[in-house]
Design a protein around this ligand. Structure first.
Ligand code: 5AD
Ligand code: SF4
Length: 473
């Protein structure tokens, strides 16, 4: 199979159309800016995961190329882009109610354009809902049509007709779109898109399509540029990074190895690795390269073999534990984190106890836990559901068990000095700065706002389950 076929790179002539429409939009916006004596502005709102954050940085980059400044509130914007998530019902409800609130802005500013994209609108029933119940939404495009933004925006602006972009025939990878990064020291780099796994609870394979990977040379150039610009923390993104470049002559471990050769004071991370194919080769490459952060996120989902089978996860507890053992053997100081779903259809008390047991056995540094949310079109949504009260009772018990484990893992860090990448003033407490350790633990400390983006040594003097506190030394 040729590389082009596997990658489905958007062909140059299609990208040229994108850049041509972007130019047209730029000229239009320059004219409008002069007429009103003020720059045109775009506001980008993101729901969901890091992949969406990364896509939104491209949307902001494209907006900038079309002559928009980036606004910090929707009220100031002439273009509002909402990048939606579909992974749980809660995320969809939040996106819809936020879009609903933008109606009054449209009433104030007739020229305001509202575009909705991302996973939620890649589902037919949501597109229909937006078409009929949200008439002030101007255009819509799905996850594989990001590069169509300039065209849709231009056509809607000039012709006035609402546009509901059909999903691309082939799921594609668009190279060369501008990226307006949120941070000057942490960066997302998408290395692949889509998922082929079809875990029975998950909507992602339906809304993000089949797996396709970027070429290694494109990723290497992007990371080299980030390193030159002084980025310190670079996260490679994919729904299942272990499937990177399947069918090509290199794999994910080769990519990590190649990226580790790049000069600069930065750490590499990745999300997410599926336990069924987290390879020994990858773990060896991590252990050999200090550039790769000592953090492994390995989503378990459930500690019951019966549930893992029903979830279509293709591993059992024993195989999972074997991988954990190998990771810890090679990197004893590794931070391990996971995702857990409680209340999957058919989960019995015994199945749930199995999950608690796995938490106690693996002793994760942190977990991301979710109450199962039925997703229309997935097999699990058709199975017999368990009552909400049971789900939430189990969810609280899960948190309680993990809090004790997290605390007991954090307490021995008191008195130690940790290297922390500072994220600036804490969102919850203006008196403190916050930062993250290599293992991604959050640390609070006193300092100057100019510390943001720097590596600092922090002596830990207090530990809680979710956070460490200390002072700069
Ligand atoms: N309900 C609850 N949690 C889900 N996740 C994915 N789909 C669902 C769902 N339908 C969780 C999984 C996944 C994480 C990103 O979101 O734990 O690893
Ligand atoms: Fe969803 Fe499973 Fe794919 Fe992750 S690996 S995106 S949980 S289907």
């Amino acid at each position: 199979m040729s590389e082009k076929k596997i990658n489905n790179i958007v062909p140059p002539e299609v990208m040229k159309r994108t850049f041509d429409f972007s130019e047209k939009m730029l000229r239009l916006n320059e004219k409008r800016s002069i007429e009103r004596g003020e720059k045109m502005r775009a506001y980008v709102l993101t729901f969901g995961c890091q992949q969406n954050e990364a896509d939104s940085e491209k949307i902001a980059g494209m907006s900038r190329a079309m002559g928009y400044e980036i606004a910090d509130t929707p009220e100031k914007a002439d273009l509002i882009m909402v990048n939606t998530c579909a992974v749980r019902e809660h995320a969809e409800k939040k996106a819809l109610s936020t879009i609903g609130q933008f109606k009054h802005l449209k009433a104030k500013n007739q020229a305001l354009m509202i575009g909705v994209c991302g996973c939620m609108v890649t589902q037919e029933h949501r597109r229909e809902e937006l078409r009929h119940s949200y008439p002030y939404v101007d255009f819509i495009f799905g996850t594989s049509s990001l590069h169509r933004l300039p065209e849709l925006l231009y056509e809607k602006t000039v012709k006035g007709k609402r546009l509901f972009c059909p999903e691309e025939e082939e799921y594609q990878v668009a190279e060369g779109l501008g990226i307006e990064r949120d941070s000057t020291y942490r960066a997302w780099v998408s290395i692949m898109y889509g998922c082929n796994n079809f875990c029975s609870y998950c909507i992602v394979p339906y809304v993000r399509g089949r797996e396709r990977s970027r070429r290694m040379e494109d990723i290497v150039s992007e990371v080299e540029a980030l390193a030159r610009e002084g980025y310190k923390d670079i996260t490679l993104l994919g729904q299942n990074v272990n499937s990177y470049a399947k069918g090509m002559e290199y794999d994910f471990a080769d990519l990590m190895s190649r990226l580790s050769q790049i000069d600069g004071d930065f750490k590499l991370r990745f999300m997410t690795s599926h336990p069924k194919d987290a390879s020994r080769k990858l773990i060896d490459v991590m252990a050999e390269n200090e550039k790769i952060a000592r953090h492994f996120h390995l989503p378990l989902q459930s500690g019951s073999d019966k549930m893992l089978k029903a979830m279509n996860r293709h591993y059992d507890k024993a195989q999972y534990l074997d991988t954990v053992r190998y990771i810890r053997e090679k990197m004893p100081d590794i931070a391990l984190t996971t995702d857990i779903i409680v209340g999957f259809p058919g989960e019995t008390e015994e199945d749930f106890e199995g999950t608690l047991e796995m938490l106690r056995e693996v002793r994760y540094d942190m977990i991301f836990s979710f109450i199962y949310s039925p997703r229309k079109g997935t097999p699990a949504a058709e199975m017999e559901q368990i009552p909400e009260s049971v789900k939430s009772e189990r969810f609280s018990r899960l948190l309680k068990v993990q809090n004790e484990i997290s605390l007991s893992k954090n307490l021995p860090l008191v008195g130690k000095t940790l290297r922390v990448l500072c994220d600036g003033v804490s969102k919850n407490n203006e008196e403190l700065l916050s930062g993250r350790t290599e293992g991604n633990k959050i640390v609070f400390f006193h300092g100057e706002s100019s510390d943001e983006g720097k590596y600092l040594n922090i002596k830990i003097d207090r530990a809680e389950a979710f956070a460490l506190y200390g002072e700069k030394i």
